[in-house]
Write a protein that binds this ligand. Structure first.
Ligand SMILES: [Zn+2]
Length: 263
């Protein structure tokens, strides 16, 4: 499996992806908003884009479909419940479905509601797994829920699915929000030394050559995986006495998600 992370350079800071089979040159485009950049990369590598996967229905993820289909004839894949929200879906997928690219790449669909209610993450079946996480999981952060999502479901997705991923899983999100998210982590957990170190190291990083984090790193720097952190819990308990001294993981997650909205 060859992964190309494509920085769009737009105001929303989208990442697009190409995943290609080294044996056949077939490629899958994930959320190819900047379809011209995706096409240019594919042409440069000698790849043929045969499939498009939309992680979810938002326009900054689907807006390149039409142009890319016109140029390549690629088939669109999306969550089965996104039919009707995304035009011309050829294949609707759900939890456990596998997308093949060429003859050597297998990508497993995870049904990950929360950011929207028809969101797919892809987990590669490779020696070192990769997670293409759309707007569900960002580097050091979590997706918002205010355009068709629900914080409770997002918590369930983090708790039951993402939190179970192997430490060495590489994270490929739909946007570059690393620095803002690290700043939020430090707002909630000022003594997080790894987050302090990372924000210094990656300030001014070129998103065209962005850091790819692992799940092990996310467990250290992503507030939404750190619901048991004594600093985070103590700070919340102090600021919101109605939460009590020992809020459960769900209550902590929901409060953090709410605070992140207005931060
Ligand atoms: Zn979105």
């Amino acid at each position: 499996m060859i992964v190309e992370q494509i920085w769009t350079g737009n105001a929303y800071r989208n990442f697009n992806y190409l995943i290609s089979c080294p044996e056949t040159g077939d490629a899958l485009a994930i959320d190819p908003l900047d379809f011209k950049k995706c096409l240019a990369v594919a042409n440069d590598r000698g790849w043929t884009i045969t499939q498009i996967l939309n992680t979810h229905e938002h326009g900054d993820h689907t807006g390149g479909n039409r142009g890319l289909v016109k140029a390549t004839g690629a088939k669109i894949i999306a969550h089965k419940n996104a039919r009707g929200r995304i035009p011309d879906v050829h294949r609707g997928v759900g939890a456990g479905d596998v997308i093949k690219v060429g003859n050597s790449v297998e990508l497993e669909c995870l049904d990950t509601p929360g950011h929207t209610m028809c969101h797919i993450c892809l987990l590669s079946h490779t020696d070192q797994p990769g997670l293409f996480s759309g707007d569900t999981l960002f580097n050091a952060g979590a997706g918002n829920c205010h355009n068709g999502g629900h914080p409770n479901e997002l918590f369930e997705t983090f708790d039951n699915q993402l939190g179970e991923l192997r430490d060495d899983t590489l994270i490929y999100p739909g946007h570059d929000y690393l620095l803002n998210n690290l700043a939020f982590t430090l707002d909630r957990e000022p003594d997080n030394e790894l987050a302090q170190q990372m924000i210094r190291e990656y300030e001014g990083q070129d998103p065209a050559a962005a850091l790819v984090t692992s799940m092990a790193q996310e467990r250290d720097i992503n507030t939404f995986f750190r619901l048991q952190s004594p600093t985070i819990v103590a700070k919340l308990a102090e600021e919101f006495p109605q939460m009590g001294d020992k809020p459960d993981a769900r209550a902590v997650f929901l409060k953090l998600r709410e605070l992140r909205n207005s931060w």
